[in-house]
Ligand binder design. Structure first.
Ligand SMILES: NC(=O)c1ccc[n+]([C@@H]2O[C@H](COP(=O)([O-])OP(=O)(O)OC[C@H]3O[C@@H](n4cnc5c(N)ncnc54)[C@H](OP(=O)(O)O)[C@@H]3O)[C@@H](O)[C@H]2O)c1
Length: 250
């Protein structure tokens, strides 16, 4: 089992879905975890769940708000693991996506990830051994209708991973990403419930024949956060049950 005792991790979007699974997995592995989210209710729920455990902090911070992230940073001691994970998705045809929705998507999914790295990066780089693990998506490599803006932002995250790995590698910090496929979280819940046939098609077209669970992704984040991945950087590792490996419908 991965042992992260003595390490401190920060997870954006760490209060729900994949981020919450990452938060819990890092905590189970012994790390002290700071989870950031936008919803007061979910931040409070996490605080209540872990009580005065001493290794879990939940804070309100919108990743588009540099000053809010800086306020959190200023309360931290050391930081060893950074997980820029917060993201949103919509399903709209490219030609119908209005300006506000487009800018919001880019602001959260790319600017928010970039600013998180800018604000917390210096702490990560204070000593060798830092780990940055972003959440990209199969949408970075797999074109999907109704998700054009989302695909673009996730492609940008995977490009950022490579470029930041080049800048931070000489300082001993690795930068990688996980690229989840279809994962059972609130992000896809409404669409999945309204379109059970699409969900079935998704499962049918996945070689491992099931949906992903948040823990499937969190376990790979643990690998990137641990010493086991010490010579791996600049990579995006797909966690999709084989959905992008190929198809057997023909
Ligand atoms: N689920 C999938 O199938 C799937 C597939 C590929 C990639 N991903 C990626 O995985 C990541 C997590 O997705 P998820 O499925 O876990 O979604 P989710 O269940 O909707 O959770 C998203 C998390 O991000 C937070 N968040 C959203 N906007 C934020 C902002 N502006 N500032 C701070 N926090 C913000 C949310 O906080 P609040 O709850 O407080 O709003 C929540 O904690 C995203 O980057 C997503 O693109 C998901």
């Amino acid at each position: 089992m991965t042992d992260l005792a003595g390490r401190t991790a920060l997870v954006t979007g760490g209060t729900r879905g994949i981020g919450l699974a990452i938060t819990r997995a890092l905590h189970r592995a012994g790390a002290s975890v700071v989870a950031l989210g936008r919803s007061e209710e979910r931040v409070e729920a996490l605080r209540r769940e872990y009580g005065d455990d001493g290794r879990m902090r939940a804070e309100l911070a919108d990743v588009r708000d540099r000053a809010a992230l800086e306020r959190v940073r200023d309360t931290l001691g050391e930081l060893h693991i950074l997980v820029p994970n917060a993201g949103v998705a919509t399903r709209v045809e490219a030609l119908d996506l209005d300006d506000e929705a487009l800018r919001t998507m880019i602001d959260i999914n790319y600017y928010g990830i970039f600013v998180t790295c800018q604000v917390f990066g210096p702490k990560l780089l204070e000593r060798p051994g830092g780990r940055c693990v972003m959440t990209s998506s199969i949408s970075a490599i797999h074109g999907q209708k109704l998700r054009t803006a989302y695909c673009g932002t996730k492609g940008a995250v995977s490009a950022l991973v490579r470029a930041l790995a080049v800048e931070w590698g000489p300082r001993g910090t690795t930068v990688n990403a996980v690229a989840p496929g279809i994962i059972r979280t609130p992000l896809i819940q409404a669409y999945a419930e309204a379109n059970p046939d699409r969900l079935e098609a998704g499962i049918r077209n996945t070689p491992l024949r099931r949906l992903g669970e948040p823990d499937d992704v969190a376990d790979v984040v643990l690998f990137f956060a641990s010493d086991a991945s010490r010579h791996v950087t600049g990579q995006t590792l797909v966690v999709d049950g084989g959905a992008t490996a190929g198809s057997d419908w023909w």
